[in-house]
Design a protein around this ligand. Structure first.
Ligand code: HEM
Ligand SMILES: CC(C)=CCC/C(C)=C/CC/C(C)=C/COP(=O)(O)OP(=O)(O)O
Length: 312
């Protein structure tokens, strides 16, 4: 793929249409980013120092703009790959509903504005981490790792793990043990989250030449790796309960983490130890695990905030 490679016929046959705001919103991957923003908000709310609500809102707005801008850069770069996959072919760029220059400029403005506003209004440390996460997703993951290695998700997973750290730093002004543990939890969660999905859309990735784990290492190896990461996730998710000092979470979080992660592990055991029964296999356990992975992260971070406001 090159930046000058032609996008699908639909994108070039007609003169570009004026950008529709719905297509610009779609470029930011709003459904995925809702969880990114939520974990950022929880990082901010779980921090021991309180931040003025207006500043808190500004910090979350900056995370939303930065994450959305990075997602738009990802779609700008991958328009031709997206066109070749069933799951992504309906996006605005492959469909030619948006021209590439508008998408690139929109993404650039969002990213730059998010970092600048975070620096001016909140802190330059939070702005620097936001800038790192944007570059991590849009460049390190999207351009460098994704087309090259099946470890793309493992290393690239760091990009999506930054938001709670950014939220925490926005509230406290510094990095400490708890936000690093929150980073590690999302980092460990990402491979099972994504590989559960990759198992049932494997042929799409193979078709466009993206070396996702099930395509390169095969299904059995991917299933075992899902299991390994899910086993490691369980103690890691409970770690905030055991942290020393005034940062540690309480029993509401600890018990919730234990329960949520045990269920996660249950799904992982089911997916990790089974084999596809044949071409007609509906891949229900994998689909259920992917859906649960999203519910899991929402619930885990919600428990952290509930715990902060109702300490036992
Ligand atoms: C490198 C890391 C990650 C990869 C490769 C990945 C991959 C994916 C893919 C391919 C989908 C399907 C999306 C679609 O079809 O539109 C998805 C869905 C989703 N992801 Fe991830 N993900 C990653 C990290 C994250 C992170 C860090 C979060 C949030 C903290 C997240 C939250 C979600 C959510 C909420 C959905 C469901 C979206 C929907 O309902 O359409 N993902 N992910
Ligand atoms: C603050 C900040 C910049 C946060 C970034 C958050 C982040 C990295 C989220 C990753 C989520 C995501 C949509 C991955 C999809 O992978 P993909 O792009 O390979 O999926 P696709 O095939 O659907 O395009």
């Amino acid at each position: 793929m090159t930046m000058t490679s032609p996008t699908p016929a639909a994108a070039t046959a007609n003169p570009p249409l004026p950008a529709d705001w719905r297509d610009l919103i779609a470029l930011t991957k709003p459904r995925v980013m809702s969880l990114v923003i939520f974990t950022g908000l929880c990082g901010l709310l779980a921090a021991p120092q309180h931040i003025h609500p207006v500043l808190g809102f500004t910090a979350i707005l900056c995370i939303a703009m930065g994450a959305g801008g990075a997602a738009a850069l990802n779609q700008w770069w991958e328009a031709d790959i997206d066109a070749g996959m069933k799951r992504t072919a309906q996006r605005p760029l492959p469909q030619g509903r948006l021209d590439r220059t508008t998408a690139r400029d929109f993404a650039g403005v969002l990213c730059a504005a998010s970092v600048f506003l975070m620096g001016v209004a909140i802190s330059w440390l939070a702005a620097a981490i936001l800038a790192i996460s944007i570059v991590y997703y849009a460049v390190v993951y999207t351009i460098w790792l994704k087309p090259r290695t099946p470890q793309n998700i493992v290393i690239g997973g760091g990009a999506g793990a930054f938001p709670p750290l950014i939220g925490w730093v926005a509230a406290t002004g510094h990095i400490s043990a708890m936000p690093l543990v929150l980073f590690a939890i999302i980092f460990m969660w990402t491979p099972p989250h994504f590989w559960a999905l990759a198992l049932y859309v494997k042929t799409d990735y193979a078709k466009v030449g993206i070396p996702m784990m099930p395509v390169v290492a095969g299904e059995r190896s991917t299933r075992r790796q899902i299991l390994v990461y899910s086993i490691l996730l369980l103690p890691l998710s409970v770690l905030p309960w055991w942290l020393p000092g005034d940062e540690h979470a309480g029993a509401i979080y600890g018990v919730s983490a234990l329960a949520l992660s045990s269920i996660f592990l249950g799904f992982a055991i089911r997916v990790g130890l089974r084999e596809r029964t044949g071409p007609d296999d509906t891949m229900k356990p994998e689909k259920q695990m992917f859906a649960y992975s999203i519910l899991y992260l929402f619930a885990l971070f919600a428990a952290l905030v509930v715990d902060r406001f109702i300490p036992l």
